[in-house]
Write a protein that binds this ligand. Structure first.
Ligand code: 5GP
Ligand code: ZN
Length: 110
């Protein structure tokens, strides 16, 4: 989808260093990091949000990609977040997993 920023990043239209990539997903650093390490794991295929994500096998592979991206970034402890819908904090409507680490996380989240 040409108008989608994460489609453009995943497709190589916007040069971006990938921390991890595989056949299904790419992982790169968030432009506005909320932790010392803040990665985004994005499926190559456009899916608007978790609500629209009906491919369960892909969801499993995205979680595996998050695990691999975290390891490659040197994280042993981290949080994985999927904001779903505007009220949950989703601003980019291409499914993505946030991987946050490098500091102690608070709970509950805001
Ligand atoms: P959301 O709020 O939708 O869960 O998360 C979107 C994330 O994408 C935000 O943390 C934001 O900083 C990040 N982001 C938005 N545009 C870009 C971009 O062009 N490049 C990168 N690397 N991150 C982006
Ligand atoms: Zn997209």
């Amino acid at each position: 989808m040409e108008s989608c920023i994460f489609c453009r990043i995943a497709g190589g239209a916007i040069p971006t260093a990938f921390v991890h990539e595989d056949g299904d997903a790419v992982a790169f650093r968030d432009i506005q990091p909320q932790a010392p390490v803040h990665l985004l794991v994005v499926p190559r295929r456009h899916v608007a949000s978790l609500r629209e994500a009906d491919d369960e096998a892909l969801l499993g592979r995205l979680l595996a990609a998050a695990r691999q991206a975290a390891a490659k970034a040197g994280l042993e402890q981290y949080r994985v977040v999927i904001n779903t819908g505007a009220d949950a904090g989703q601003a980019v409507f291409h499914l993505h997993l946030h991987v946050l680490g490098g500091r102690r996380m608070a709970w509950p989240p805001g």
